[in-house]
Design a protein around this ligand. Structure first.
Ligand code: GLA
Length: 392
């Protein structure tokens, strides 16, 4: 919904007029490369999208947070004195989590009326939840600051949002999504070191190619996916490799050469050798990708995207037949130089680099073939890379 329409809707729901309503926004994200790397302490390469969560907000002077959204029928009221009581909400648990975690950290959470509008498709792997968390964190931190309690920067907004998803919503996610949602910049990708939170922006110049995002439309949620299981596997691999490499503090620090020398230690322990191998080599691909992009070598970048997908499919096993089919038909199109799943996997979206003047043809070709094999269609989004969190 347009912001002007949203404000009207807000007034219809909560009354009053538009003069004292505020609008906060945070972005969904796409990850270009560096998948399942953030929680291993490595570098990732996401960008913020025009798909976003906007919140129309007004303080209400009470100790209640009233929530509703354009995309759900539910209306939820949270009592700011019992914010830990809303973990089981079907909708509103992300908002409650952020408010609770910030309150615990000393922010002053005030009563307010809120209308959410999320254009990031849910369960798509484009970080709808991070966009909700970060926009919520920005709103509450702004209100807290106005009460004279605590100031916050965009990095802290991301950290608080991640903490809330980890501790309140039970998803052991890394920092990538919230960071991109908060710190994204127009037409830039972010090279983020997930161990130190150092970051730099790289212009997303793709020459004659465009980035096409496609949703395989298989729904999934991280709570019931194998996400937490993978985290356990790489932690186990790290502990074993540390017996040979004691100075290493995270998997991402291990070079491909060191890994090849010591990986025999992981043999015979389920699939943890393959899981760790994905991490080590994916980290290497991230650095190569940034270099390729900086040097304008887009075809090389595209090939690295393909390699990333194969590794996620064969070693990390987080793709599934839908994402594999979607990327397979993407690659089969003459004019596409690379395609991979993006986000956690198990469903959700892919990114492909496609000759800009062939995008429509690409979409038709891929969708027809995908629907023939899978039995339903994919969705394709018109996206652009935009700023992250802001008060509009
Ligand atoms: C999800 C998580 C992120 C990251 C990706 C995989 O999006 O929220 O922290 O781990 O999966 O790269």
């Amino acid at each position: 919904m347009e912001i002007s329409q949203l404000k009207k809707k807000f007034v219809e729901i909560y009354g009053g007029d538009e003069s004292d309503v505020r609008v906060f926004s945070a972005a969904g994200r796409v990850n270009l490369i560096g998948e399942h790397i953030d929680y291993c302490g490595g570098k990732v390469f996401p960008a913020a999208l025009n798909l976003r969560t906007a919140i129309v907000a007004r303080k209400n002077g009470s100790d209640k947070i009233r929530l509703t959204a354009t995309t759900v029928d539910d209306k939820v009221t949270l009592d700011i004195n019992t914010l830990d009581a809303y973990k089981d909400l079907k909708w509103g648990d992300y908002q409650a989590g952020v408010a609770y975690v910030m309150q615990q950290k000393g922010y002053k959470i005030v009563g307010c009326d809120l209308l959410y509008d999320t254009t990031v498709p849910f369960g798509s792997g484009l970080s709808s939840s991070a966009s909700i968390e970060v926009a919520t964190a920005m709103l509450f931190s702004t209100f807290s600051k106005e009460e004279g309690v605590k100031d916050v920067d965009l990095v802290q907004l991301a950290v608080l949002s991640q903490l809330s998803e980890n501790t309140y919503n039970g998803v052991n996610c890394g920092i990538m999504d919230q960071f991109a949602s908060s710190l994204g910049k127009k037409d830039m990708a972010i090279l983020l070191d997930c161990k130190t939170l150092d970051y730099k922006y790289t212009p997303l110049k793709l020459g004659e190619y465009s980035m096409v995002i496609a949703n395989c439309n298989k729904k999934r949620s991280l709570q019931d996916s194998k996400y937490n299981e993978r985290r356990g596997e790489v932690e186990e691999a790290l502990a074993i490799l540390q017996t040979a490499l004691p100075s290493v503090t995270c998997l991402a620090e291990i070079t491909p050469e060191q890994f090849d020398e010591h990986c025999h230690l992981l043999e015979g322990k389920g699939r943890i050798l393959d899981r760790a191998k994905h991490v080590v080599y994916e980290c290497d691909r991230v650095l190569k990708s940034v270099k390729a992009l900086e040097e304008g070598k887009i075809v090389e970048f595209g090939e690295l995207l393909n390699q990333s997908h194969y590794s996620l499919r064969d070693l990390y096993e987080v793709t599934g037949k839908e994402l594999d089919a979607l990327t397979k038909y993407s690659r089969a199109f003459d004019g596409c130089i690379g395609s991979r799943m993006t986000g956690a996997g198990f469903g959700g979206c892919t990114i492909s680099l496609v000759k800009s003047d062939k995008v429509d043809e690409f979409i038709k070709f891929v969708n027809e073939n995908y629907a023939k094999e899978i039995g339903y269609e994919a969705s394709f989004y018109k996206t652009s890379v935009e700023n992250g969190a802001q008060e509009l």
